[in-house]
Write a new protein. Structure first.
Lengths: 510, 1078
């Protein structure tokens, strides 16, 4: 018996001192540390996909087009005004009413997301062997796109082309915008030289050289305006765009509405953020922001998916512009804007019904899927429609603008006319002016986040006077807003960055 | 080994055998060994029988179970039910009589054959044993700062969870019931919060085994709880001791005849308080007032214009006909139109708080059996606890078993085993937080469409539309009851413990413990209770069902060598040990929505049309430790203790994985000095000094590595999901231990035989290398990195005063008062000391110089008046700083930057939840067979941000929702009706859009926590029942507080546990119970 007792004791004691320091060498079962990654073609491709995905939902509720192109850009331009002031989504109100500060979280999110994209692109360029030219070119394009948005929205930025640690980041300084543009041009030139014109089939939606060159043209045109006012830039824009115009023409949609038709995606564009519904956090949140909605009583077009609460505010399209387009018979209007809608699927048609269920207001609807039976949409931020960042019309109008400024006004006309003809408008009676081109841009890209930066590059005077008179016309100041000034040509650097990069100087007047 | 033979009686043999069986079968060793029991044998030569009785001279009662040992041998017996014993001895001999709670007595036996022994009760508190890490010490020899409570402090209280027992009982230990939800966790912090991102709860150790949570522990199984507060005491638990250590000791059998006790109680709970929101009628008054204002502003006409005239005016102005209620709804805000249904039978009044809260019963039945001989002791208990919550639909049930068995197998070997399974089940929808039932009960106006009552919003009713919150809302009662949520949890705590006496004073102890926890949470929300039930195309369209499981195992191996020796004036107590702990957990999570019917929560992969979650996760971690401690005492007057622990944690980078945690401490028992020994009035005078370091590794696993995170994208003409990966976090190979150093000076002073006993402690505790998710510049592509940066300090004082006010034969009155002060301050944060902001609206801030989780808000000075503006009503007069767009009726905020305007720069730190001091005061009374106690406790100072009251306490321009009554009576309406000067106009939307001190409340309170009275009926022994104790008790008797925007000033649950968002209210509980000893 005693032997057994001692056996118990020994077992217990042996177990007790079974300490072995290997026991604390524990690594995650996911087997997915960054050190091991980027080792195969498959993994590098995944890293490229992850970088593209920064433009999508990025693991948050809203995608980049919603945050940046819509909330921070389009809704601050003279295209949209507040019908009435909402109590929620205060960040967007602060942006729209020119009261954004260095702690506005939407502003911080935009800034952070663009640098996330740059970081991911830098990781690919740092770790992928040079033989992976296409992946490297895609990463370069995405990095250039991020820097282009950063430099336009925030002014001088550190040019970061390799992964940086937090210690290294602390000592980086804000470099002149010319440095940033130089890097953007380098990246886009590389992407333009390395990629096929467009990709299709399984690779549809991935960037090709047409998009890279079109963006480069956009960059040059932007450089030609405020604040760089680079007088050689229009020539460079003309050169790079002229090389792609034939190919671009082949993707120019015969009908404006096809561009926003979910069944015709990746056909009539150059580069779009890709979205798909299905509840996989891959859908677009933009549709949820374009019309107003209460939390429980949804004022929303009956033909749109209305299963979930919308997030938007009472944003309406400039009624002067709407009237002008309507009077001109501009076919783009019906695709881009609804001037009224039934808010209920089942409704009568009497006058009383219309009082109850018809809402008269000009709202952007081009991003809404006109299908209220679409059951693949699972949430307010699960819309399937891609968001175009660059499409043939960009190339047309950028090229026309470069030609006009390079004294080739008559060459420019055909490109503007092509846009007008598709819109159901008469061709221009005379050669295009800059005003003609800007008007076409405004109508063509309504709701797509381009107007604001067009105003910026036209210079301080135009920017301030246009936005101030718009703001006054719609009573934004009496809603508690602030009149726009020169400071609003840039957004503030987030406080969290200023706290750490202590040598940085904040953008003026923030 | 022959000389260690023992003699035991038959009864004991059976018990020993039974325990053995249990032990052995668990160890997977054949029971065949029991065929040989040759170890039970033998008798001495020529013994003579000595018999007698043992009594307590004070009560005259005989003592059962007194150990009678023949000195110098292993022979012994215990006294029987009548206090009688008989033992065979070889004369001359010495008999040692010992009994727990009594002073041991040696009695010489020369020629007598019978003995009558009187054992004296040991009343000296200082002989009480205090549990320290890996051992116990006598109270008198404690050198650190340790608080203790025993089971009798909680016996008469309706306590669900062990932690509740600690509230108000110990200086330095803060306990908060943040939620009144049955079975919910309770927040405990020891000497302030010392970590920002690491977990700040103390380490819980039950009978020597660390566990993550006390939720499976039955309060009635507890013998005592000791809390190690200073780092010197906690350093022996180095790795996780920095937030204090709570040591729970469960009951063991006491020597004597088996004791069987039954404890049964029943209780009723009601909600502790209600929030003063507008009544149904007040709400209509409020709405009319607001709509009148709309009318006046729109038309310039008088507010007394009738509804009919307003409608006529609107029709003329708009050129339309408004002849239905729905059409009027479209212009109600424009022309200030009243709901035609107000004052009619189309609407019915309801008090949502009454509809949601109920009187809820609790029953508790506990049965235990325990006993001991000198060879074996056992305690077996089982309990059933069933509690309903004060909110409909919520309940908690717990079923517990525990067996603690310890056997002295040979003179040198003792084996103990604990098996404690428990099953608890929590039910009820989540009612706390944004838009859930509790906050909805405050934000819904008290009207529903006639006939719908508490079921408003659920099929077949719609909610109060247009003039109310909207037709698609559902009532809080439906929210709480329609969602089925169940969270059953099975816990198994087991340990096997062997002690071998190697040499005199030298013991080896081995411990193997296995704890497991398996739980799942299932939630089902049906379509009929969704506000949109009427537009569902089929019955299950808006239904959702989720099922999440967690299964965890932790395994502890531990070996300890202890040595005690006394020689002359010296005594030494040493301990050396090693342990290894490993932990793993597996989780799964599944959720589907949109089912084909509304019939069931069970689903297959094809039942729902949307799959929301389908995840599997696994993680594990481990800790290896080596530790030792030496206590030396000279003349039983000077005591020195030193300890050192070395810990390696898998959670840290290779370079900083191992940490050393030293401590030294000393005590001087001044009263033992010759110069004081003669002063009889001094019972105790002891000075304690200690210093030590303890660590914290309680962060997630593998945070020192840079991991790839999935981030998928869409590609191809088919718009297919394409897998993508990005670098998810910054690697920090240097990540290591968070270390807390603490110094403690304490003084214990007792006079009049310790009838007045004061303990005072001062401590300074500094936490360095804070485990902090520190912000990094966004230009790195990341927002934060887990790093060891920053420091936090806590300093404080604790006083504990115990007095025996009246001690007489029939009446006694004892008091215990504790007060503690803690000051918390962040002294550095990251390398640049930049603020870290978090929480709703960034209202929570970590800032150097301020306490952890301070509030960052605009400060309301008063309400802006028309006289603050120029005649245009929008331009502020010189010297009046406003936020852009503010007008008369908005809050005037403090211009902190003094730049003449209010901007986001004017947000300032305005305090934190941390109190100036907390206190607890217990009085116990005994009169003959009656006993009574009253416990009060409270906190002074500290603020609570009622962030959720943004819903029911905010200027919003949306009067169709419900609000606190201050918005009717105290808010600014006009220059002639300016309110109380602090409540802004309800229509002040600029004010409503910012976060200000309007939502910050004083969190001080005084609460009579518990009153209980009891009566003990002593029955004659040998009857079936021995003793019956009846008691009645009330918990949360009454509270005085200033927290009007929520239910409890303790409800800091949101945003780093510092703000409240409609937390589950606390309950006031009345209970009746009986405790029967057989």
């Amino acid at each position: 018996m005693k032997i057994y007792i001692y056996l118990i004791v020994i077992i217990t004691a042996a177990l007790s001192i079974n300490s072995c320091s290997n026991a604390i060498d524990i690594y995650p079962v996911e087997n997915n540390t960054a050190d091991q990654f980027y080792s195969t073609d498959f993994e590098i491709n995944q890293a490229v996909m992850g970088t593209y995905a920064r433009l999508g939902r990025n693991g948050t509720n809203t995608d980049f087009p919603t945050d940046f192109y819509y909330q921070a850009s389009e809704s601050r331009s003279d295209n949209l005004y507040y019908g009435s002031l909402a109590n929620a989504q205060r960040d967007q109100i602060d942006l729209r009413l020119f009261q954004v500060t260095n702690v506005t979280s939407l502003n911080t999110a935009i800034y952070g997301r663009l640098y996330q994209l740059i970081k991911d692109a830098n990781n690919i360029l740092d770790k992928a062997p040079v033989t992976y030219t296409r992946y490297r070119a895609e990463a370069s394009f995405l990095r250039a796109l991020a820097y282009f948005e950063l430099v336009r929205a925030y002014g001088p930025q550190p040019v970061i082309t390799t992964p940086v640690t937090s210690e290294q980041a602390k000592v980086l300084s804000r470099q002149p915008i010319a440095d940033v543009y130089a890097q953007i041009i380098t990246d886009l030139t590389f992407a333009g030289d390395s990629l096929s014109p467009v990709y299709s089939g399984m690779d549809a939606g991935r960037v090709g050289s047409l998009a890279a060159k079109c963006l480069l043209g956009y960059v040059y045109v932007t450089m030609a305006g405020y604040p760089l006012n680079d007088n050689t830039a229009y020539q460079k824009a003309e050169t790079v765009l002229s090389s792609i115009m034939t190919a671009v023409k082949a993707r120019f949609s015969p009908d404006y509405s096809y561009i926003f038709n979910v069944t015709k995606e990746n056909t009539y564009d150059l580069f779009s953020v890709q979205f798909a519904s299905g509840g996989n956090s891959l859908g677009s949140s933009l549709a949820g922001y374009v019309t107003s909605a209460g939390s429980t009583s949804t004022a929303f077009p009956e033909w749109a998916y209305n299963g979930y609460t919308q997030q938007g505010q009472d944003f309406r399209v400039d009624s002067v512009l709407v009237r002008k387009m309507k009077n001109a018979g501009d076919k783009r209007l019906t695709t881009s804007v609804a001037t009224g809608y039934w808010t209920k699927a089942v409704h009568g048609t009497t006058k009383a019904d219309s009082v109850l269920y018809y809402s008269t207001r000009n709202v952007i609807v081009k991003f809404l899927t006109k299908d209220n039976t679409n059951t693949t949409i699972k949430a307010w931020n699960d819309y399937p429609l891609n968001f175009p960042i660059l499409r043939p019309a960009d190339a047309y109008l950028l090229y026309a603008e470069a030609l006009v400024n390079n004294g080739k006004v008559s060459d420019a006309k055909q490109w503007v006319d092509a846009i007008r003809t598709r819109a159901g408008l008469a061709t221009l009676a005379a050669n295009p002016t800059m005003d003609d081109i800007m008007y076409e841009r405004r109508c063509e890209f309504l709701g797509e986040g381009k107007r604001y930066f067009d105003l910026v590059r036209m210079g301080e005077t135009t920017f301030v006077s246009t936005l101030k008179s718009f703001s006054d016309a719609y009573g934004h100041v009496s809603m508690g807003g602030t009149s726009p000034t020169k400071k609003d040509m840039l957004l503030p650097i987030p406080l969290t960055v200023m706290n750490i990069n202590t040598s940085w100087v904040q953008n003026p007047d923030y | 080994m022959e000389k260690y033979q023992i003699q035991i009686d038959n009864n004991q043999k059976i018990w020993l055998k039974k325990s053995f069986l249990l032990l052995i079968s668990i160890m997977f060793i054949s029971t065949a060994v029991f065929s040989q029991n040759g170890y039970l044998s033998g008798s001495e030569n020529q013994p003579q029988k000595i018999s007698g009785t043992v009594i307590d001279p004070e009560t005259g009662e005989s003592l059962v179970g007194v150990s009678v040992l023949v000195k110098g041998t292993s022979q012994g017996v215990i006294s029987d039910l009548n206090g009688k014993f008989s033992v065979n001895v070889t004369k001359p001999a010495t008999l040692v009589f010992s009994y727990i709670g009594y002073i041991s007595q040696d009695v010489q036996v020369t020629n007598q054959n019978s003995l009558n022994i009187s054992l004296l009760q040991d009343t000296k508190k200082l002989d009480e044993v205090v549990v320290v890490g890996y051992g116990t010490v006598k109270r008198a020899n404690v050198v650190g700062s340790i608080s203790k409570i025993s089971s009798n402090a909680i016996e008469n209280r309706p306590i669900t969870r062990v932690e509740q027992a600690l509230q108000g009982q110990m200086a330095g230990v803060s306990v908060r019931s943040t939620s009144g939800e049955p079975g919910s966790d309770i927040t405990v912090s020891v000497r302030g919060v010392s970590s920002i991102n690491g977990i700040s709860t103390p380490l819980y150790v039950v009978d020597g085994v660390p566990i993550d949570n006390l939720s499976g522990i039955n309060p009635s199984d507890i013998k005592s709880i000791d809390v190690l507060k200073d780092a010197a005491s906690a350093a022996i638990y180095g790795s996780r001791g920095s937030n204090g250590v709570v040591l729970v000791t469960t009951k063991k059998g006491k020597t004597g005849k088996p004791v069987i006790t039954l404890n049964a109680s029943t209780a009723y709970s009601t909600v502790e308080k209600k929030v003063d929101v507008m009544t149904s009628d007040e709400w209509i008054t409020f709405n009319k007032k607001w709509l009148d204002r709309q009318w006046v502003n729109k038309t310039g006409q008088s507010a007394s214009v009738s509804q009919a005239d307003r409608i006529a005016y609107a029709q003329t102005a708009d050129g339309k006909t408004y002849d239905t209620r729905a059409l009027l709804g479209n212009v109600r805000n424009t022309y200030g139109i009243y709901d035609p249904w107000w004052g009619t039978s189309n609407l019915e009044a309801i008090d949502w708080q009454n509809a949601l809260f109920r009187t809820a019963p609790t029953t508790d039945i506990q049965l235990s059996a325990s006993g001991a001989t000198d060879k074996i002791n056992y305690s077996i208990s089982g309990g059933v606890y069933q509690q309903q919550g004060v909110i409909y639909g919520s309940s908690y049930e717990r079923y517990n078993l525990r067996a603690n068995i310890e056997a002295q197998m040979t003179d040198r070997i003792k084996v103990g085993i604990t098996v404690a399974p428990s099953y608890g089940i929590q039910k009820g929808a989540t009612v706390d937080g944004k838009d859930n039932a509790v906050s909805r009960a405050l934000t819904f106006p008290g009207w529903v469409l006639a006939g719908s009552g508490q079921n408003a919003g659920a099929s077949p009713y719609k909610f109060y539309d247009t003039w109310g919150p909207g037709p698609n809302n559902v009532s809080p009662y439906i929210q709480a009851t329609s969602t089925t949520r169940e969270k059953p949890e099975t816990r198994m705590n087991t340990s096997l413990n062997t002690t071998i006496n190697l040499l005199k004073g030298l013991n080896l102890n081995g411990l193997v413990a296995w704890n497991s926890n398996t739980n799942y949470e299932r939630i089902y929300t049906p379509t009929w209770a969704n506000g949109k039930w009427d537009v569902a195309t089929h019955p299950g369209e808006y239904s959702s069902s989720s099922f999440a499981t967690l299964s965890s195992n932790s395994l502890l191996y531990q070996g300890i060598l202890t040595y005690t020796k006394e020689w002359g004036i010296h005594s030494i107590d040493a301990m050396l040990g090693a342990s290894q702990e490993s932990y793993n957990q597996t989780i799964t999570n599944q959720k589907q929505t949109n089912f084909s019917s509304d019939k069931t929560w069970v689903f297959t992969k094809t039942s729902g049309t949307t799959e929301n979650n389908n995840d599997i996760g696994y993680s594990n971690n481990a800790l290896i430790s080596f530790f030792g401690r030496v206590q030396y005492s000279l003349l039983d007057r000077y005591i020195m203790t030193a300890s050192l622990r070395r810990d390696g944690s898998s959670k840290f980078g290779l370079k900083n994985r191992w940490g050393y945690f030293p401590s030294v401490s000393g005590a001087w028992k001044i009263n033992e000095e010759p110069f004081l020994k003669d002063l009889k009035w001094i019972g105790t005078a002891k000075l304690r000094l200690s210093w030590g370091q303890a660590g914290n590794d309680r962060i997630g696993n593998a945070q020192f590595l840079s991991n790839m995170s999935a981030l998928n994208y869409v590609t191809g003409t088919t718009q297919a999901l394409t897998s993508g990966y990005v670098v998810g976090n910054i690697a920090n190979p240097l990540l290591g231990w968070e270390i807390t150093s603490s110094t403690n000076i304490g003084f214990d002073f007792g006079i009049l035989k310790d009838r007045i006993y004061l303990s005072a402690d001062y401590y300074y505790k500094k936490t360095d290398n804070l485990l902090l998710s520190a912000p990094v510049s966004l230009i790195t592509g990341f927002t934060s990195m887990m790093d060891n940066v920053g420091s936090v300090e806590n300093r404080g004082m604790e006083f504990n005063l115990n007095t025996a006010n009246i001690v007489s034969k029939n009446f006694s009155w004892n008091s215990s008062l504790n007060i503690y002060f803690n000051r918390n301050k962040i002294t550095s944060l990251g390398s640049d000391n930049s603020d870290i902001r978090s929480g709703q609206g960034n209202t929570i801030i970590q800032r150097v110089g301020s306490p952890i989780n301070s509030y960052m808000l605009l400060q309301v000075e008063r309400t802006l008046l028309a006289s603050d503006f120029e005649s245009d009503g929008v331009t502020p007069k010189a010297g009046i700083a406003i936020y852009a767009g503010q007008k008369a009726g908005d809050s005037k905020w403090r211009d902190v930057t003094k730049d003449g305007k209010i901007t986001s720069d004017d947000y300032a730190v305005v305090g934190s939840y941390q109190p100036k001091f907390e206190w607890g005061f217990t009085n116990t009374f005994k009169y003959k067979n009656f006993d009574a106690s009253i416990l009060s406790q409270g906190r002074v100072g500290g603020k609570l941000l009622s962030i959720g009251s943004r819903g029911w306490n905010r200027a919003t321009n949306a009067p169709n929702w419900g609000y606190m009554s201050r918005w009717l009576y105290n808010s600014y309406w006009s220059e002639t009706d300016p309110g109380d000067g602090m409540t802004p106009a309800f229509y002040a939307t600029v004010t409503g859009g910012q976060y200000d001190t309007n939502w910050l409340y004083d969190a001080s309170y005084i609460r009579i926590k518990n009153i209980s009275v009891g009566y003990t009926l002593n029955l004659k022994p040998n009857k079936i029942m021995n003793k019956v104790h009846f008691y009645a008790s009330c918990d949360n008797v009454y509270m005085w507080d200033h927290y009007s925007a929520g239910f409890s000033p303790e409800a800091a649950t949101q945003d780093n546990a510092s703000s409240d968002w409609g937390s589950y209210p606390q309950a006031k509980t009345y209970s009746l119970g009986v405790n029967i000893t057989f």
